[in-house]
Every structure is written in C-alpha cells, then in structure tokens.
Write a protein that binds this ligand. Structure first.
Ligand code: SF4
Length: 349
C-alpha cells in the first residue's frame, strides 16, 4: 500500500492526466490509483535486491515507472530476468542511443490531420484519445509523444470530429492513445455517439493494453457501450508474453471474446523477453486458446531509449517460419514493421 504522501502524488498525477469530468470511482480506477510507481517498491515486492540493477535517475525521470498490482502478480518472485519485469523496469541501457534511433521514429508529427487526430493509413483515422496508460512499457514507440498538445476537454475535440465529418473516405476510427480504455464509460460513450452521427464511419477499432494490465476495467457496462452501437467494433489487445495471459487477465480477455467483439493481438518482438521460437509459440497458443487471433508481430520501432530491445530481422523470420510449421494458419501473426510515410505496415516475410 503506498504511503499517504505517495498516494497524494499518484492522485495528483492521475488528476492532471485525466480531466476531472472523466474520473469516476469505479474499482478499476481505485486499482489504478494504487499502481506501483517506484522501482524500490516494485523490486521489494518481487523480493529482489535493487543493488543488482542499473537504474539511473535519468532513465527513470525520462519515462516514469508505472505497473498495476494485477500485472505485478503475474511476475515471478526472485527472478531478475522475469519477462514482465523487464518490460517495465527502467535501465541504464535506455540512455544509449545508437544512430537511427530517434524520438519520433514513425514521423507521427507529420501525420496530424487535426488536433488529436492522425491519418496514417488510407480510409482510417486514429484518435489520440488520452495520453495516459495503465502501465509504462519501456519499449513504447510513443514514449516521447507530446500528449500535452492533444485535446483534453470534450470541447477541444470539435475540430477533430469536424475533420472526420468532412473526409468521407474515412470509414474506420482507431481509438488509441495512451490507452483509450483509461477513459471512463461516459467519455467513451460520448465518443461513440458522436462518431455514430457521421454516416461514413462504419467501424471502431480499439487499441488497448488494458485487458492485459488492468483487467478489472473490462466491466459489463463497458462492453455494452460497444455492443449497443451501430458501429462494428474490433479490439486489438497487446500482449507480448504468454505469462501475461494468466489469471485475471485471461478472465477479462475471455469476457470480451464471449461478448462477441472480435479480439486480435499485436506483439512486439523484444530481445530478452520473447525473442525465441518457444516463447512466440507459447504466446500464440495462449492467445488462440483464449479466442484471440494473433494479428501482428512488430519489429521494434527505432525509438530513442529502446535500442536494447532490438532483434535482428532474420531472427523474426525464423520464428515466423517455425510458427507456420507448428501452428494452424490463423494462429500465425504477420511479421511487420512500420515505415514512416507508408500508408500500410510493411510485411517482413
Ligand atoms: S500501454 Fe501502449 S501506449 Fe502505453 S506505454 Fe504501453 S505500449 Fe505505450
């Protein structure tokens, strides 16, 4: 349990990240307010000695640590190389930036269509619904994204909706962020209703890591928002390792699948975490056992501070070949990389 001082810091931080009208007192929001934000607390809970890790203040300050209790519960106590721990623990390796690694590796600054809206792909637009997440993944391609320039209050979204209205080529809206499921149900409902008013919008795609890291967010009320909409909904979750698909996360993912919303997964190939045939096999098998289609395996985007996660493309190709030989076709993700300026992901195999 955090100290009262730390609790105040957490609350202040949450309040500044989410406009007050979006905050409810649901249990998932309470869980989020109790999330772990210090390496000391995290490592103590895992029964690990902080002295064996290299955690410079600069790496921590560049991108703060944030881990939910649920995600922590799926880490192995006493294992300094736990694949979930390595996804969230700051390290001195983040301060090394080889040539080619930049803050905006995907040139997203050039894709702004309106404030809060990116148009990176044909017939689709992406809403940066919030800058807040329920976890901070060290390899995140938006870890340097300037969220403060994006809309915060509901009124700020007017130009973005008008831009969508004017472009009848757009059929699908991707709700992205940060993590769009950090918004409360009433804010999500407002977004859905506003999009429903635009006749050429047919589909919503939610990109979220929350079913994996904050499973209590997946309530029946939340699912009904989408099931009652005229818009077809797809959910793309983000799991990188089969250990992430356990316990309460497995339950929440099953709940979404059983509601009838199609669920797909995208993963990132990460050195030291899931860069082996066996790990990827177990991830894909774990996903299909829950009813989730493995959609993409991404080659790491070359974002400053993430180079220690990069793997060779040849390894990714070998892994996919192995998956093809050992899993049904629907269980093999597309191995892709995103190239700035290209209107689609580039298949690597
Ligand atoms: S949840 Fe997604 S947006 Fe948030 S830090 Fe992780 S990868 Fe980045």
């Amino acid at each position: 349990m955090p100290s009262s001082h730390l609790q105040k810091t957490i609350n202040d931080s949450l309040s500044s990240a989410i406009p007050s009208e979006e905050i409810q007192s649901d249990s998932w929001q309470k869980s989020l307010s109790h999330a772990i934000r210090s390496p000391e607390e995290l490592l103590e809970k895992l029964k690990l000695d902080i002295g064996q890790f290299d955690i410079p203040k600069e790496a921590f300050n560049n991108f703060l640590l944030l881990v939910t209790e649920s995600y922590l519960n799926r880490m192995e106590r006493g294992n300094p190389k736990d694949p979930l721990l390595l996804q969230v623990l700051p390290t001195g390796k983040e301060l090394v930036s080889p040539p080619g690694f930049t803050e905006d590796a995907l040139h997203e600054k050039d894709s702004h269509f309106a404030r809060g809206l990116l148009k990176k792909y044909h017939h689709r637009a992406l809403m940066i619904t919030t800058g807040t997440c329920a976890i901070h993944c060290r390899y995140c391609f938006r870890r340097h994204f300037s969220y403060l320039d994006e809309p915060r209050q509901w009124e700020d979204w007017k130009p973005a909706f008008e831009a969508i209205e004017k472009d009848s080529s757009i059929q699908e809206i991707l709700l992205s962020g940060g993590d769009p499921l950090i918004l409360n149900d009433s804010r999500l409902e407002k977004i859905i209703k506003r999009l429903e008013e635009i006749p050429h919008i047919k589909r919503i795609r939610i990109h979220t890591r929350i079913p994996v890291v904050l499973p209590s967010r997946i309530t029946s009320n939340f699912l009904e928002l989408f099931l009652n909409s005229r818009l077809t909904t797809f959910m793309v979750i983000h799991a990188n390792h089969h250990h992430e698909l356990r316990d309460d996360a497995a339950e929440s993912i099953r709940k979404i699948v059983r509601s009838g919303i199609p669920v797909l997964n995208q993963a990132v190939l990460l050195k030291g975490i899931n860069d082996s045939k066996e790990e990827q096999f177990q991830l894909c098998e774990g996903l299909i056992n829950l009813g989730v289609i493995p959609y993409y395996l991404h080659q790491l985007d070359q974002v400053e501070g993430t180079s220690h996660f990069e793997t060779e493309e040849t390894l990714g190709k070998e892994i996919i070949q192995f998956l093809r030989e050992n899993l049904p076709g629907y269980a093999v993700p597309q191995y892709v990389r995103e190239i700035p300026g290209k209107m689609n992901k580039t298949p690597l195999l």
